[in-house]
Design a protein around this ligand. Structure first.
Ligand code: AMP
Length: 550
């Protein structure tokens, strides 16, 4: 027997409609990419303009399921593009502009993007790649007529002119909630970037779950500033959550340095923020140097890589800001676990509570997780045994876009599929998870991934290099930076400088190894693979020349 309740689909358009109706005058504030000034309007105006944009995209021929991409910072037009594309049944595809141009070309072609919204910062980038993206019918510059830059590109449209030409009379269509809504590529260790294709249903359920008090804890009383970019897993879902709960939104645009972010925190009375550890390093350094205090900030969500204990301590002790340490991944929309206390921790002293906050927290309802050994056998939750972390749930990816990489799921004894996170961790009896290592060897630099394999492949292309390995070395500013370890060919000569020069133009600038070390041989596993764990151990105390800490 089936339940007899309405089957209204969970659609992204309902979020902006709700925000308009119940929080119509709540503000969305953005730092403009053009000129750095402040733009201010309301959810009601955002909704009107999203509908105009949906009409404009329809007039351009964008249809259900078509991919509409963005190369943009966090701002109000990006927000409108999210809602217009998904709301009309197309797919909002956020491209990470920090990727190497070759990867962006690959991604735009793989996704078959029809139109691309472009912030002015990225005009030179699209000018360089446009002729390799034949499927893109138009590049929509996210600005007004007065700020349109001269360009040699054909097929350029001006955002403001585009929406000015259309009415806001647009009825958001109703369709199956499992329809694709947004697309985000993740660059792993091997092969090409893979697309994670979210649905309306997964987005809305993730949004409910991540707004809860023991998750990101946001409400209509909050002012949220997502520092995490909208091209990183939809800014961890915050543009959706904010509309769901009616929180004021503050978008920092391209100004992500400590001073600019702090100014917005204070002027707009931001209560909650979110970002990767690197961003907070910059902010904390600025605060210390200038002897600043937060007047409104209550909480900050830190995730994307492990939050250093010193950072948690500084936020909490020096500034009275609660750190919400969270773990997730692109394939999980992204929220998996969040570190919040239970009632039984109330009488723990401050030090013990700080200690607990260093781990990645408990699964939020909706995420099921387990740890298994190499044979796939479940491991106990005793805080000691560690193994591969597997997850399942309604906002976790079951397959990559266009089946890239085959079926990623691992079946359990009941035939149910689990997504292998690639992280290795332990879980204690209370369900608190701690990442002890990751099976992936990617290097996390400033919240971005650097593929060690790509760098190794580049190095071994040099005629004097026999073998190369790249490992991430701890870095006070960037979290990790790549160190290149090289075995020279017999009798061949090459210097550190010559090798680094060889990388120029072959990899993105920020992917460049920070240093090169020459060794006689590299450690290998029994099957001949590089033994990265041993290398990391060998170089764990290595100090990079770019590390200026005492
Ligand atoms: P991404 O898909 O780029 O968001 O990266 C996901 C990966 O980042 C995870 O599989 C983890 O390896 C890592 N990660 C995310 N959050 C944390 C955290 N709080 N602590 C440690 N590692 C993290």
């Amino acid at each position: 027997m089936q339940g007899l309740m309405m089957d209204t689909p969970l659609l992204i358009s309902s979020l902006i409609r709700h925000a308009d109706r119940y929080h119509g005058d709540t503000e969305i504030v953005s730092r403009l990419v053009e000129g750095g000034g402040i733009h201010r309007y309301s959810y009601r105006e955002a909704h009107n303009r999203a509908r105009k944009l949906a009409n404009a995209l329809t007039a351009l021929g964008v249809k259900m399921n078509d991919r509409v991409a963005t190369l943009a910072w966090n701002g109000f037009r990006h927000f409108e593009a999210y809602y217009a594309a998904a709301g009309m049944g197309a797919v909002s595809h956020t491209i990470n502009p920090r990727l190497f141009p070759e990867q962006i070309i690959y991604i735009a072609n793989h996704a078959e993007d029809r139109y691309v919204f472009v912030d002015l910062t990225f005009v030179p980038l699209v000018e360089a790649i446009a002729d390799k993206c034949p499927l893109v019918k138009g590049w929509i510059f996210m600005t007004d007529k007065a700020h349109m830059p001269p360009t040699k590109l054909a097929n350029v449209l001006c955002y403001e002119e585009l929406i000015d030409a259309h009415s806001d009379d647009f009825d958001w269509p109703e369709f199956d909630e499992r329809t694709a809504s947004s697309l985000c590529y993740t660059s792993g260790t091997t092969g090409n970037p893979k697309g994670v294709l979210y649905s309306h249903r997964s987005t809305i359920i993730h949004c409910y779950a991540s707004s809860m008090p023991d998750a990101l804890n946001i409400s209509a009383r909050d002012v949220i500033l997502p520092v995490v970019p909208m091209f990183h897993v939809n800014a961890w879902g915050l543009p959706y959550c904010a509309a769901m709960v009616g929180a004021k939104l503050v978008f920092p645009g391209a100004g992500l340095d400590g001073a600019s972010v702090f100014e917005l925190f204070e002027k707009e009375k931001v209560t909650v923020s979110a970002g990767v550890p690197t961003v907070w390093l910059g902010l904390l350094a600025f605060m210390k140097q200038n002897n600043k205090r937060f007047s409104a900030l209550k909480r900050t969500v830190i995730g994307g890589s492990a939050c250093p204990p010193a950072m948690i301590r500084s936020f909490e002790k020096d500034y009275g800001v609660q750190v919400i340490h969270a773990w997730g991944m692109t394939e999980m929309s992204p929220l998996g676990t969040v570190n919040t206390f239970k009632a039984k921790h109330n009488d723990w002293d401050a030090e013990r509570r700080l200690g607990l906050q260093n781990n990645q927290g408990r699964a939020i309802f909706g995420v099921d997780m387990k740890i298994v050994d190499d044979a796939g056998k479940d491991l106990p939750w005793d805080g000691k045994a560690f193994g591969d972390l597997l997850v399942r749930g309604p906002w976790i990816c079951k397959e990559y876009y266009r089946a890239e990489g085959g079926n990623p799921l691992r079946k359990d004894e009941h035939g149910r599929g689990w997504f292998p996170t690639g992280d290795v961790c332990n879980i204690d009896a209370d369900g608190y998870m701690q990442i002890t290592d990751r099976s992936k060897d990617v290097i996390k630099s400033g919240g971005e991934w650097i593929s060690s394999i790509d760098l190794e492949n580049t190095a071994v292309a040099h005629p004097a290099v026999a073998e190369a390995a790249v490992v991430g070395i701890r870095h006070p500013k960037w979290d990790e930076r790549p160190l290149l370890v090289v075995v020279k060919k017999k009798d061949a000569q090459v210097t550190r400088e010559e090798l680094l020069k060889f990388f120029e133009g072959k990899v993105a600038k920020w992917w460049m190894p920070d240093d090169v070390v020459f060794v006689d041989q590299l450690p290998h596993t029994a099957t001949g693979k590089l033994l990265k764990t041993k290398l990391r151990e060998d170089f764990k105390d290595y100090k990079l020349p770019t590390d200026t800490s005492p």
